[in-house]
Design a protein around this ligand. Structure first.
Ligand SMILES: O=C(O)CCC(=O)C(=O)O
Ligand SMILES: [Fe+2]
Length: 346
């Protein structure tokens, strides 16, 4: 097993340490859920109950798991097995599709979070194949030729997950008291990115993190993971790290920075990190559900009035994404930009 180079080693106050908290994170069961408009009184009250559970979880945790979500197991199995085959290839082969500062899609094994190198390899792709962040910067997917089924497996995964993400978004927006579809238009032809994460077993899991503590900049993250576990979230109740139960039958959902802004701070994006271990490799694949780059996120009009003034200035997604991404590539010698920089002091 490779030695841990100094570039991965965290300052002592940010090392993983012991986490004793039990999970307690809400698991929301969508069994029997009809995604379209509820018709019978039972359907309506079922929808209301789900919306309520989502609202409570979003407010209390900024994080929850969903089960019986309707995404087929075959789609999940295929993306996982293709990803494992890809990460198993020689480094030279994987680097044929290396991500660069100009085109942030593809393979990368040198990502920094909070200016320290993460113990992981990733492969990023866009659900929509190509996205123009500005006229000079266009991202396009870089598909490897090996394994041959990789591209189809990834495309099937992102299509199924984007459809689900729209539905989760509607429930989140409805739980805020706004029309369920109020934000949908921003996500049509949006910039949703999928990440395949591979965390190799590590000789010194106490010194490193798979991903250092961070918040996701997007609107919502939906994440599938294997049974190994390692994701931890910072509880808003007591500021303690909580280990998330790894469930193959669930997606972990987190509130991202943009929903924090749209909800006028009612739902806060959650800090999280990933610990690694010395015995097993771990796989996860988050979908960062994101609007078009042209989107300016601002508190929903339904939530703002004289008594509740807007707590955030509009956030242009292209600008915010660019600022955050720059810190992933190189140590800029300062803390990464945070959504609180857009807060308005009242
Ligand atoms: O692997 C995980 O469980 C979480 C990964 C994550 O937080 C990220 O990629 O932003
Ligand atoms: Fe994350």
């Amino acid at each position: 097993m490779a030695e841990v180079l100094p570039v991965f080693v965290l300052p002592s106050e940010h090392r993983p340490g012991q986490v004793n908290s039990t999970d307690g994170i809400p698991v929301i069961d969508l069994k029997g859920w009809h995604w379209e408009a509820a018709e019978s009184p039972q359907d309506r009250s079922y929808r209301e109950s789900i919306v309520r559970q989502i609202g409570d979880a979003a407010q209390e945790w900024g994080f929850f798991q969903i089960v019986n979500h309707g995404v087929s197991q075959r789609v999940l199995d295929e993306v996982e097995s293709s990803a494992r085959e890809f990460f198993d290839l020689d480094l030279e082969e994987k680097r044929k599709v290396t991500r660069t500062a100009d085109n942030a899609m593809g393979y990368f094994d040198m990502e920094l979070t909070k200016n320290v190198r993460d113990w992981k390899e990733v492969y990023d792709y866009l659900a929509c194949e190509r996205a123009e962040i500005d006229p000079k910067q266009v991202f396009t997917n870089k598909w490897p030729s090996n394994p041959p089924e990789f591209r189809d497996a990834c495309k099937n995964y992102s299509a199924a997950m984007e459809a689900l993400a729209f539905k989760v978004l509607e429930l989140v927006v409805e739980s805020l008291g706004a029309p369920a579809k109020a934000l949908n238009e921003h996500f049509v032809g949006g910039s949703t990115r999928v990440r395949l994460n591979f965390y190799r077993k590590c000789p010194s899991p106490d010194l490193v993190l798979g991903v250092s503590r961070h918040k996701d900049g997007c609107a919502l993250t939906l994440l599938a993971q294997d049974e190994v576990g390692g994701l931890q979230v910072k509880s808003k109740r007591n500021d303690q790290w909580v280990q998330v139960k790894a469930r193959r039958d669930a997606f972990a959902v987190n509130i991202g920075d943009l929903i924090q802004v749209w909800s006028n701070g009612k739902y806060q994006s959650i800090e999280h990190r990933v610990v690694v271990n010395s015995t097993r490799d771990r796989f996860s694949c988050p979908v960062f559900f994101s609007p078009t780059y042209a989107t300016n996120a601002a508190p929903l009009p339904d939530l703002v009035n004289e008594n509740h003034p807007a707590k955030y200035k509009p956030v242009n997604w292209a600008e915010y994404y660019k600022m955050r991404r720059d810190g992933n590539f190189k140590n800029l010698g300062k803390p990464n930009v945070q959504i609180d920089n857009w807060a308005i002091d009242h």
